[in-house]
Design a protein around this ligand. Sequence first.
Ligand code: ARG
Length: 446
Amino acid sequence: MAKKLWEKNTTVNPEIERFTVGRDRELDLMLARYDVIGSIAHSTMLQSIGMLTKEEMDSLHSELRNIYSTIEKGEFVIEDGVEDVHSQVELMLTRRLGDTGKKIHSGRSRNDQVLVDLKLFARHELQEVCTAVKELFDALIEQSEKHKEVLLPGYTHLQVAMPSSFGLWFGAYAESLADDMLFLQAAYRMCNRNPLGSAAGYGSSFPLDRTMTTRLLGFDTMNYNVVYAQMGRGKSERNIAHALATVAGTLAKFAFDACMFNSQNFGFVKLPAECTTGSSIMPHKKNPDVFELIRAKCNRMQALPNDILLIMNNLPSGYFRDLQIIKELFLPAFAELKECIRMVTYTVERIEVNSTVINDSRYDAMFSVEEVNRLSAEGMPFRDAYKKVGLDIEAGTFVPDKKVHHTHEGSIGNLCNKEITALMESIYSSIDFEKANTAEQALLGK
Ligand code: ARG
């Protein structure tokens, strides 16, 4: 049996074949379960429009569910000579069901198959990313609350500037994640539209019921215009990558802070020994490699939207094989980001805080503004108070009062963690993951 769906009466040069297939046989494994789910929905719809008998649909469903459990067991392979996951699934159906297997491709193309696979894959992965982000958020808020009384030097230009606190430091990254969640929400919603039925990018002369597949697959709506559905390839990956990149940006910045604060020269935090690594030559070392790797990976991930953009930027509408290459960058990004988020969460939950940082006199000057403000509140004009304190510091006579009185919203004494949490909750809880999960389970007969 020919293993290429499109093979007719000529054979392709093996080198050309190897080059065009590229890494699809490896990467498409990540799409396999979604290819099966998409095929269950498509065949249900084909039966409803009279293109398959009830018996044919039932046998396709039962074979597709068998294939799904092979995938779940990690036993699914794309055989030698088979181009991609779409061909492999069709080949398996045809081997087992003969002509019935050959009918499943009516009214679709691998172009809309891969589109729907990517959407279902990204939808699932985004759900996991959102959950991981929410867990990290909770850990940060917990640490912020726990250490809200502990002061920390704040820096501008990396020069000691003003009092900050661990409450502010942890809470800042939590609020950053609340903003990142907005991008994830937008990415999820944009992703949750059905491209199936666009076929090669121009629809089909069969009376496909796209409303039905949209409902069966748990999509919010369809990508209505078939040309736009195909044009969304690359665009949706780039937009989703943008959401991943913004989370990565938060993690990378936190990782830099954590490495720096963990250095002996700062000594603000200490990573527990189990989160550090040693040196082959220096017996005393406990290095923050975890955060260095997170920083590098997350910095690289911020280039992802741009990398995708550079591949698809100058393509006109319609399908091109260029789009295949985006999978190489896009598919592995989720696992990478999820791992980084989990690593940060694990360490944040265990990081030790130095509660006596500000006893060190090298940080005395950061209380200068507190003193200026105290004098101003007593009636001395701000500029005069500023000058007096400045001269006291120069003369070495400045005695800091290390009790700070910051009360406005978002400051040391009023972190607004409740409000930040409400913000996060309102975004996170508005993403309807259940709809997708329920629809997929129903298609799988679970
Ligand atoms: N591997 C292909 C991709 O990712 C699947 C679609 C193939 N379509 C085609 N017209 N050659 O784009």
